[in-house]
Structure formats: structure tokens, C-alpha cells
Design a binder for this molecule. Structure first.
Ligand code: RAM
Length: 361
């Protein structure tokens, strides 16, 4: 099911029918500023327009990580005098995101900021949005659409996110030999797969004694994550380590290990987690550490980038810049083998017993 809601700051209630987005500050009506800037043309405007309508389409509407990112996006548009409308499915599937893109086109939104559950499945509908003059951006999980250009708001450098989790696991295991596995999110999620793709050659080259025996997919759903985790543990009784590059997967696995100390005594867990969800498992010794970026900052940065592109104050050219409020100035990076034009929030933070009390997200 696809859900659309207006999203006031700190309001998390979800309604099942379409609701007009909330204009967060008194402002004039907006011109359609989305099209030319999103295609990478000259950035000629000098000021971000007020009254912009930005659709945030996260992977799903249930994930606590998503709610933090959306809150950041809303703060950004609030500061800029614009509107955020949040729309996505209750489950993390591309099919549930397509009606949300169509709703944004119908509403003549100025920008769409999407976290893709699949790199290609959304492209035909997003192409319609691009053709309608809507600035299309991806954040958290990229799209790979040949027919039009877009900006990807990357949380951190893709390869580093993958390889650093392997280094953490080896560090926490205290050995670089043994069987390890990955507990991922959706099998088609671009971000998960790009991180895993970075881990595999890194393991082979740097830790030849590690055997990556399996990757299982919990779809960013706690119940599914628990089921595939239990299947993994029974299929591989000698498993020594698990990397879960998803906040849903790692928190589910940490809870399971915390309740099953016999398993926790032989299986080391790390990955990408929210400090707020993981603190109790660090405090009780189940997990030594893990890493993440600030999801609120990621959504905030995406909101500022969307407004700048929709207003024509920046473009997709390498070296183009824009101001992102409290985060300062950001610069558009050249396309790489992995992504088109992108900006990077910054390096991830490692959380462990020494610092986890300092973070509240
Ligand atoms: C989950 C989602 C999200 C990912 C984080 C780390 O919440 O899969 O896309 O970036 O984990």
C-alpha cells in the first residue's frame, strides 16, 4: 500500500489518503524552476525560491532511520519557506514507490527526492517526472536511469562504507579467519548492493582467511530479518561474524543475540546502526561497535540540494556549489563508475562504548 501524508516536523502519524502538503512558512507562489537546472544547465538564479513543493519518497514509511531523515528534510524546507510531502509504501518495494512518483507529477511538485528500492524499476516513471520539469534527486539509495540526469545525495563514500564494515568486523572478532555472512535489506536495494559489492573484493584481497558464506535479505522488516537471521545461524553453525549494513537488520540481530548469549558468545555482529537503537546492546556487551552517518543531516542536505536544483541556483556540473544551511557549502562531484553527479555528506562515525552516550539519533 502506498501512503501519502503531509509531514509536519515531529509529527509521525501516517494517513492512508492523499493530503495536501503543508506550507511551512508564509510565502509567495513558486515558478516552475525544476526542469532546466535538473538537466545540468547553467545555474543562473541567485536565490532559492520560496514556496517550493518537494516530495520525499523514502524506501518505506515505517523505518525509524527514514523518520529521522525525513525530519531533516522537513527542517530544510521549513528554513527555506517550502513544503515537504512524504509518500511511499509501508513495505520497501519499488512497486509501492511508483504511485508516489505519479502523485508528485500530478501535484506539479518542484522536486522529488527518492531513496530507491531498485536502481532501474523506477526509471520510466521518474523520466516522466523529469520531462514534466521536476528536479529529480536520489538520496540514501541511488537510481540508475540512462534517460535523464539526476543528483545523488550520498551519505558517505560508497566503497568506504563497505570496506570499513569489514575492518570493524575483523577488529571486533579478533581474528581474520572464519565464516562470516551478511544480513542485508531488500535484495534489489541499490545502496545495500553497492556496499556489498565493495566488501567482496576487499575481503578476498585483504582477508583471504575470511569465508563469506551467505548474504540473506530481511527487507528492512524486523520480522523478516529475524527469520532469515535464524535460518542463517542454523545453516552455518560455525558462523563467527555477521555484517548487517542496515539499521533494521543490525538492531534485529542485536536483540536476538542479546536474548541468546550462547550464540552471542561465538558470533560477532557489526554493521550500520542507529545509536538510539543499539545503545542497550553496546551497554550490555552484545555488540562492541558499529557505524553510521547522521540520517537527519542526510535528509537536511537532500532538502537543500532539492531546493537549489529546483530554483536553478546550482546544477549538475562538477564543481557546482550550493549552500546547505547549518551544514555549509557543498560541491557537486563528477560522475564515477558507480554513480552520476553526486554530493557526499561526509565520513561515517564509529560508535562504541567510548562515545555512544554522546549521540541521540
Ligand atoms: C536502513 C536502510 C537504509 C540504510 C540504513 C543504513 O535503515 O536500509 O537505506 O541506509 O539502513
Amino acid at each position: 500500500m502506498t501512503q501519502i501524508r503531509s509531514h509536519r516536523r515531529r509529527m509521525t502519524a501516517v494517513v492512508s489518503t492523499a493530503v495536501v502538503g503543508l506550507t511551512l512558512a508564509a510565502c509567495g507562489s513558486s515558478d516552475d524552476g525544476g526542469g532546466s537546472a535538473s538537466a545540468g544547465g547553467e545555474a543562473t538564479a541567485t536565490a532559492v525560491e520560496e514556496g517550493l513543493s518537494v516530495y520525499f519518497i523514502p524506501k518505506d514509511t515505517q523505518n525509524p532511520y527514514t523518520l529521522l531523515a525525513l525530519d531533516g528534510g522537513e527542517t530544510a524546507l521549513e528554513e527555506l519557506g517550502g513544503t515537504v510531502t512524504v509518500s511511499s509504501g509501508t513495505e520497501a518495494t519499488a512497486a509501492a514507490q511508483i504511485p508516489s512518483i505519479q502523485a508528485a507529477i500530478q501535484a506539479q511538485a518542484d522536486a522529488i527526492v527518492i531513496a530507491a528500492n531498485d536502481p532501474q524499476a523506477l526509471c520510466p516513471t521518474l523520466q516522466q517526472a523529469d520531462a514534466a520539469g521536476i528536479a529529480v534527486l536520489a538520496f540514501d539509495s541511488d537510481i540508475a536511469c540512462d534517460a535523464f540526469d539526476h543528483l545523488f545525495i550520498n551519505q558517505a563514500e560508497t566503497t568506504e562504507i563497505g570496506t570499513s564494515q569489514v575492518d570493524l568486523l575483523v577488529d571486533y572478532m579478533g581474528t581474520d579467519t572464519g565464516q562470516i555472512a551478511i544480513l542485508s535489506a531488500a535484495a534489489s536495494a541499490t545502496n545495500q548492493n553497492s556496499w556489498i559489492a565493495a566488501m567482496e573484493p576487499y575481503i578476498a584481497e585483504n582477508y583471504p582467511g575470511l569465508e563469506l558464506v551467505d548474504t540473506v535479505y530481511g527487507n528492512d522488516d524486523p520480522a523478516t530479518s529475524l527469520t532469515v537471521l535464524q535460518g542463517l545461524l542454523s545453516a552455518y553453525p560455525d558462523l563467527q561474524g555477521i555484517i548487517s549494513p542496515t539499521t533494521v537488520g543490525i538492531s534485529t540481530a542485536a536483540q536476538y543475540l542479546s536474548n541468546n548469549p550462547d550464540v552471542a558468545s561465538r558470533v560477532t555482529l557489526t554493521g550500520l546502526g542507529l545509536p538510539s537503537q543499539m545503545r542497550e546492546y553496546v551497554d550490555n556487551g552484545t555488540v562492541q561497535g558499529f557505524e553510521l552517518w547522521n540520517p537527519n543531516d542526510l535528509g537536511y542536505l537532500a532538502g537543500y540540494a532539492a531546493a537549489a536544483l529546483a530554483s536553478g541556483t546550482t546544477n549538475l556540473d562538477e564543481g557546482a556549489t550550493f549552500e546547505a544551511g547549518r551544514l555549509g557549502e557543498y560541491t557537486v562531484l563528477a560522475p564515477t563508475g558507480e554513480t552520476g553527479p553526486s554530493i557526499v555528506l561526509g565520513p561515517p562515525t564509529v560508535f562504541d562504548a567510548s562515545n555512544i552516550a554522546d549521540f541521540d539519533f
